[in-house]
Write a protein that binds this ligand. Structure first.
Ligand SMILES: C[S@@+](CC[C@H](N)C(=O)[O-])C[C@H]1O[C@@H](n2cnc3c(N)ncnc32)[C@H](O)[C@@H]1O
Length: 224
């Protein structure tokens, strides 16, 4: 299968901009606070961990941390941040996870499955997450809400991509656990524009007028 993700330079050779974008997202740390409360003493799989945005909180609170990502470049940054010798990092596609059935208490996947536009492939990944989840385990998907300045900038209020993706999540037996109002806080307007240009292209970057961008996040939860 053609690897569409390899064409996404934000996760590969230009991933230093993805890293800045990721740090500036949720400037108030509301998602971190949420994760702190649910990951205590759990075996946690960070599915599509990227550069390890939530690594510090998940490593500190969990019993065991496993980060998986398809991009070796993203994973390299996460590994460099890791402070716990027992943490595991696996460079792999979520459609085929090298973990045993029923082996993980909590799966966190933030802004990952929605980037997989091939529905068959996305379903395969979700089925793999369900396979490795323990019987009393929980999957948490951290995603964009449909209605925010961030969505407006990305033109997602004009197409139905976020709406359709969030519908797909609910159709797969998830419920909405929490909705969070937060914002990106970039250091400068130029920094914001550069990150958006690398990730979403010049036309979208040109729409940014402020270094603070309002963002709404929905947290979806699945119990096996
Ligand atoms: C938008 S980023 C989110 C990264 C991280 N979870 C965060 O919140 O910053 C999406 C990540 O998912 C990874 N990814 C996308 N499809 C994947 C797949 N099929 N298997 C494993 N990782 C994948 C990408 O390499 C990228 O690091």
């Amino acid at each position: 299968m053609k690897n569409l993700l390899k064409e996404s330079s934000a996760y590969y050779d230009k991933n230093n901009y993805y890293e800045i974008f990721s740090i500036r997202e949720d400037a108030e740390g509301k998602v971190r606070n949420y994760l702190e409360n649910i990951s205590k003493d759990k075996i946690v799989l960070d599915a599509g961990c990227g550069t390890g945005k939530f690594l510090s909180v998940l490593e500190t609170k969990s019993k065991e941390y496993i980060g998986i990502d398809l991009s070796d470049k993203q994973l390299e940054r996460a590994i460099n941040k890791s402070k716990k010798g027992t943490s595991k990092f696996i460079c792999s596609n979520l459609s085929s996870i090298n973990l045993k059935d029923n082996s993980v208490d909590l799966i966190i996947s933030s802004w990952v499955l929605g980037t997989i536009t091939d529905l068959e492939e996305r379903n395969k990944c979700l089925n793999e997450l369900k396979r490795v989840l323990k019987e009393d385990g929980i999957i948490i998907l951290i995603e964009n809400d449909t209605d925010s300045e961030f969505e407006e900038i990305r033109n997602r209020n004009k197409d139905n991509r976020t709406k359709d993706y969030n519908k797909w999540i609910l159709l797969n037996s998830f419920i909405i656990d929490k909705q969070i109002d937060t914002y990106f806080e970039f250091k400068t307007l130029e920094e914001a524009k550069m990150c958006f240009e690398v990730i979403y292209g010049e036309e979208i970057a040109n729409k940014i007028k402020n270094k603070r961008i309002k963002h709404k996040i929905t947290i979806f939860k699945y119990n096996k």
